[in-house]
Design a protein around this ligand. Structure first.
Ligand code: ATP
Ligand code: MG
Length: 449
């Protein structure tokens, strides 16, 4: 075996028998059990591995179930009709059971560069398709807690790298030398922050130490992969915790530079908007409601877009132009890091550009805005802005109230476009105050980051 240079020696294998751990087959999905049994019955090694074993040992319900085996992807395909082979960089078998997909990975080896189908560029693993033993497979996983194997043969847990101890100590430790492992794949830094947030674990000092110096490597990670990783961080039910951990680790600035910059300006209302936006998203996911990445990305980038738009207005641009230029600039910069698909950036831009329109409460405009396909999202966004000023809070309350009124009552209470008539008919529909623009201080320019 050829461990990566700098890798600590492998601890002795520890086998934890069924009566000494809490994993029960009752908590493993039926689909995963079927895959495990069929592989096992065909004479292959079959283990549940990774996040599922970790989560089950912690008493959580796993999000997905991954299987590791010594069968090659082609051999797996022969065993299952409902199987497709995917991935070039990392070839895998997907066994499909309705909405559930069981990912079956062949044990990976630790071959040297250029050997077999393993490709390394500047220390980065760009392809990893060399088959190996279970011991080697354990060593190339990221964290020790992610390298535990549940054996369907005797229901024991196999621990090759000390993951059980880390679960007990609630600490995330990387397998091997952190610098080498982050160079191989910088996304592991984000995984550290996400898993620490989700699992309530601390990140071992050695694993956290390179964040500042190696964080810039994230600029070379594929933007599409960073988009997927962002969804796992912010739209999987633990968004607020992931976000806080990402910021605390100093990694936010490498992934969402505009967000980090805007928050660094110390704007309490913006922090409240971001944290409340994430908390609301987590709550919706917890209740099984739908969420859109567009809303959340609109939340994350709002501070910078708003300040940029106000700067444009101060420089003499008209409102609509200033907002659309600000949105284009901020989205353009962000998409170089995280590839947010166009259908989402389009919605984000709509949510932002509708914000100033909430301040115009003449009759026609109110009804036109309410009929806008993005009204609901834009209104929810307005509510998140409550801490910007008391007037902004009142504006949110006004729109909430306006939506509950019968149309004719609302219409009668509103001034007509350009008219001098004030809304006096129904006191509850009094014209809301116009929130004052926040001026951005010159010294806050993004260049000062
Ligand atoms: P989650 O709860 O989000 O599913 P997870 O740890 O299961 O967390 P997955 O992306 O499902 O994350 O990965 C499954 C397993 O594959 C991990 O537990 C780990 O063993 C291994 N793995 C995933 N990504 C990497 C990586 N970048 N480098 C090394 N091993 C990885
Ligand atoms: Mg998983």
């Amino acid at each position: 075996m050829n461990p990566t240079p700098g890798t600590a020696p492998t601890p002795a294998l520890r086998i934890i028998p069924r009566d000494q751990h809490i994993i029960s087959r009752a908590n493993i999905s039926k689909a995963a059990l079927r895959v495990l049994y069929r592989l096992h019955d065909a004479g292959y090694a079959a283990y549940l591995v990774g996040g599922a074993v970790r989560d089950l040992l912690l008493g959580f319900r796993p999000k997905d179930f991954d299987v590791a085996t010594d069968a090659t992807p082609e051999e797996v395909k022969k065993l299952f009709r409902n199987c497709r082979l995917i991935g070039r960089r990392f070839r895998l078998a997907h066994v499909v059971f309705g909405p559930e997909i069981i990912e079956v990975a062949t044990f990976r080896g630790t071959g040297e560069e250029g050997e077999g189908d393993r490709h390394i560029v500047d220390g980065r693993i760009v392809r990893d398709n060399i088959w190996g033993t279970i011991e080697e497979d354990a060593l190339r996983r990221d964290f020790r807690v992610n390298a535990l194997y549940y054996d369907i043969g005797d229901f024991s847990v196999r621990d090759y790298v000390g993951g059980m101890q880390d679960l007990h100590d609630r600490v995330l430790r990387l397998i091997g030398d952190p610098e080498v492992r982050y160079h191989e794949d910088p996304v592991r830094m984000l995984r550290a922050a996400r898993l620490a947030g989700k699992l309530g674990m601390r990140i071992d000092a050695a694993a956290a130490a390179p964040f500042e110096s190696l964080g810039p490597l994230l600029a070379d990670a594929a933007p599409a992969r960073l988009f997927d990783e962002s969804l796992k961080m912010f739209l999987a039910g633990n968004g607020l915790k992931s976000f806080r951990m990402l910021e605390q680790c100093g990694l936010l600035k490498f992934l969402f530079p505009a967000t980090a910059r805007a928050l660094k300006r110390g704007d309490a209302a913006l922090r409240s908007l971001v944290e409340q936006g994430l908390a609301n998203t987590d709550a919706r996911i917890g209740e099984g409601k739908s969420v859109t990445p567009a809303f959340l990305f609109a939340v994350l980038l709002w501070g910078e877009v708003r300040d940029e738009a106000h700067l444009g207005i101060e420089r003499g641009l008209d409102g609509a132009e200033a907002w659309s230029r600000a949105a284009a600039k901020v989205v353009g910069e962000q998409c170089q890091r995280v590839a947010i698909p166009r259908r989402f950036t389009f919605t984000m831009e709509e949510i932002w550009s509708l914000q100033p329109r909430f301040e115009q409460v003449q009759r026609k405009r109110v009804f036109r805005l309410m009929a806008h396909p993005r009204f609901r999202a834009a209104f929810d966004f307005l509510l998140l802005r409550a801490d910007e000023s008391p007037a902004m809070r009142e504006l949110g309350q006004w729109w909430a109230h306006a939506q509950r009124l019968p149309q004719d009552v609302l219409a009668a209470a509103l001034p007509v476009l350009g008219g001098a008539a004030e809304a006096t008919a129904a006191p509850a529909v009094r014209k809301p105050p116009r929130p004052r623009r926040r001026r951005r201080k010159r010294s806050d320019s993004p260049a000062s980051e």
